[in-house]
Structure formats: C-alpha cells, structure tokens
Design a protein around this ligand. Structure first.
Ligand code: GDD
Ligand code: MG
Length: 365
C-alpha cells in the first residue's frame, strides 16, 4: 500500500527551528516527527511513501535515506515547481498513487497525511472503516474546544459527512479534520495539477455527493506546527506513552511524571526533571537543574542550577548557569546564553549570543 505525506510549506510558525531543518525533521519525542508517521504506516502495511515537497528536498533526503533503510520502506519525492496546496500534490503524484509497486494500475486505497499532526495513528481500524463504508474517502476527526483554526466536519451517526467547512468564522461544530485521510484512487479524477485546497475545493464536493466519511479518533491529537502546540503535543504524547509503553520512560529519583531521555544524554547531580520533558542525543545537563514541560534537542546543554520551563532548546545550544526560561521560549540552533539570563517567551534565532535577560514576551532576537 502507498501513502502521500504533505510536507510542503516553509514551517514559518515553527521558526526558529525550521530555519535549520524542515518541519518534519524537527525531533518530536526524540525522533524526526515524520518518523512517528512512517512507523505507523509501516505497521499497517504501507511500503511506499511519496513525500510531497515544494522546496529543497535535498534538506530532507539524507535523514530520510537513513530511515528508509531502517524501516525498509521506499520513499520518493514529488517536487512542486510552485506550491500546489493540499490537493494539487495528489494530482502531481497521480501516476504513483494509482498504480502498485510494479507499475500496474491499482484500485487500492492510499493514505494521505498532513506532516505536522501527531496522534496514536489507529491506521488498521481506519482502513477497515474505510473499506466498510465503500465510498471514495475517509477523514479522521477529533474533537477540540477551539475549532476555528481547523477544518470542521459535520457528519451523521454513521460518519457520513454532510458539511466540511475550513476555518469557520462562525461555530459549525467541534469535530475537526485531524489531517489524516484514506482515499480510493478515483479521487484523483477530481484534482488537477494546479494550486488547489483539498479542504476548500475537494472535500465540500465529495461531501455533497455522499462520498466522504469520517471516523472519530480515540485518544490524543495535536497539530505540532507551532511552538506552544509542539510543547503541548509532547505532553499528550508522553502521557500516552506512559500508558502504552511505560518502559520507554525514564525512571528513578529526580524524575517526575513522563520523561524521555536518550541513553547518550548526561544528567548531573540533584536535578529534578519532569513532568513532560524530552532530552535528546548527547544532551548535557549540569547539577541542580530543574526542567519541566520542555524539549531539549540533540547536543544542547544546560548549566548548573538553571530552571528550564516551557521551552524548546535547539540543537547545540548552550544555556549557562542559573539561567531561566519560561512562557514558550524557543531557542534556535547553536545559541549561547550567558549565566543568569532569563528568557520570557522569546524566539532566539540560530547562532546568536544572548548576554542579557529578555523580559518582554514574544520578542524575536
Ligand atoms: N506539498 C505541499 N504543497 N504541502 C503543503 C502545501 C503545498 O503547497 N501547503 C501546505 N502543505 C502541507 C503542510 O506542510 C501541512 O503538512 C499540511 O499541508 C497542512 O497545511 P497547514 O498549513 O499545516 O494547514 P493547517 O494546519 O492550517 O490546516 C490543516 O490541518 C488541520 C489539522 O492540523 C487543514 O487540513 C485543516 O482542515 C486541519 O484541521
Ligand atoms: Mg498544520
């Protein structure tokens, strides 16, 4: 079976991290976020994945080559010369999506994923649901409190979608599009190789013909395309792991709640870490450090007695001693933060030296 992942877009909302690497390569829970998707696809029998990209595929390819071998999946790139939106990329990859691995025509359904969503990926159940209703497409939906920044789905008791409204201005409902779909290849007849929104142009048409169904997701879901949601998504994911695979989590004195630590990380004496922290490869943490609700990316360092709260610390960045972060702070790659500096909800661009505290929330430095 095949899948297409919508990777395009510049990931501007996740800057400064996406100034260094494409959004799907940013590690979520110590793995490139797209790998969580590939592993789940592999498990349901997908053996070929098309990555729909609209700029610089070479930035992803070395990382993806490594994972392609590890997972034994074929990974190809479909490169747009102009951004084709969320539907155009399906038309561009139509030759692949409508054939099997030997190039023979196939009516097998395929998966389509937004690259920035994370959930338990119940793909087997999703596929069975799709096969059972027999229509052209199925959307995975989830309930949120604030639906206006998503696509909203109104469906009957069987899941048959009556209306699909992207980013509604007025309240329509609170079941939203989770950005995970299964389609029969017949959908490709609806789409041209031109900028097209699947949410605004294709879904409403399919719904009006009774060709679009929805399945409600059980468990957590998050679009991790913005720093605050990335940190919140980490929390939900770690809570899920503490039920589903507790053996992956760090145990012992000084660890509170679910914390994921790469075995190569070094942690000093008398630290208190957690809940909801991920610590990547080669991270070094000094003595007496307090960390909660934060993501420490590979090879970052935190000096003695610092307090890291609600932060993403970029690759190779160093926080001095007695530093403090709070309020969704994002530090880009290779930043040096001097001793005793406080950073309150700022975004720090890669390769900066920060010598003085930043009190004003939302600053970009
Ligand atoms: N190849 C390609 N080309 N991919 C694109 C393009 C493009 O021109 N534009 C966007 N994408 C990719 C993004 O990288 C992302 O993976 C996905 O398409 C969705 O785009 P976002 O920009 O993240 O959209 P959104 O988060 O505002 O809304 C979408 O996701 C919500 C769930 O998170 C919609 O699908 C909503 O309906 C949905 O609720
Ligand atoms: Mg998104």
């Amino acid at each position: 079976m095949k899948a297409l992942i919508l990777v395009g877009g510049f990931g501007t909302r996740l800057r400064p991290l996406t100034l260094s690497v494409p959004k799907p390569i940013v590690e979520f829970a110590n793995k490139p976020s797209i790998i969580h998707q590939l592993e789940a696809l592999k498990e349901v029998g997908v053996d070929e994945v098309v990555l729909a990209v609209n700029y610089q595929p070479e930035l992803m390819s070395s990382c993806m080559n490594e994972w392609s071998k590890k997972l034994d999946m074929k990974i190809t790139y479909s490169l747009e010369t102009e951004p084709l939106g969320t539907a155009g990329p399906l038309a561009l990859a139509a030759a692949s999506l409508s054939t099997d691995r030997d190039g023979n025509p196939s009516s097998d359904p395929f998966f389509v994923l937004n690259s920035d969503v994370i959930c338990p990926f119940p793909f087997q159940k999703f596929l069975e649901f799709h096969r059972n209703h027999g229509q052209e497409g199925t959307i995975l939906v989830t309930e949120v409190a604030e639906p206006s920044k998503y696509g909203v789905v109104v469906a009957d008791d069987n899941g048959k979608i009556q209306r699909f409204v992207e980013k509604p201005q007025v309240f329509v409902g609170n079941k939203i599009n989770a950005g995970i779909y299964i389609f029969n290849p017949s959908i490709l007849k609806r789409i041209k190789v031109e900028p097209t929104s699947i949410e605004k142009q294709i879904f409403p048409a399919m719904a009006s013909e009774g060709q679009l169904f929805s399945m409600v997701l059980e468990g957590f879901w998050m679009d991790i395309g913005q720093p605050k949601d990335f940190i919140l998504g980490t929390k939900l994911y770690l809570n899920h792991i503490s039920e589903a695979k507790p053996e992956l989590l760090q145990k012992g004195p000084g660890f509170i709640g679910p914390v994921l630590v790469d075995p190569s990380a070094k942690i000093g004496q008398n630290c208190t870490i957690g809940p909801h922290v991920t610590i990547g490869k080669g991270v070094v943490i000094g003595d007496g450090v307090r960390i909660k609700s934060s993501v420490l990316l590979d090879s970052s360092r935190v000096g003695d007695n610092s307090f890291v709260d609600a932060a993403i610390i970029g690759w190779q960045s160093h926080l001095g001693k007695w530093c403090r972060t709070q309020n969704t702070t994002v530090i880009g790659q290779n930043v040096k933060v001097k001793d005793e500096v406080l950073i309150n909800g700022a975004r720090i661009l890669p390769h900066k030296d920060i010598d003085a505290s930043i009190y004003e929330e939302g600053r970009i430095v």
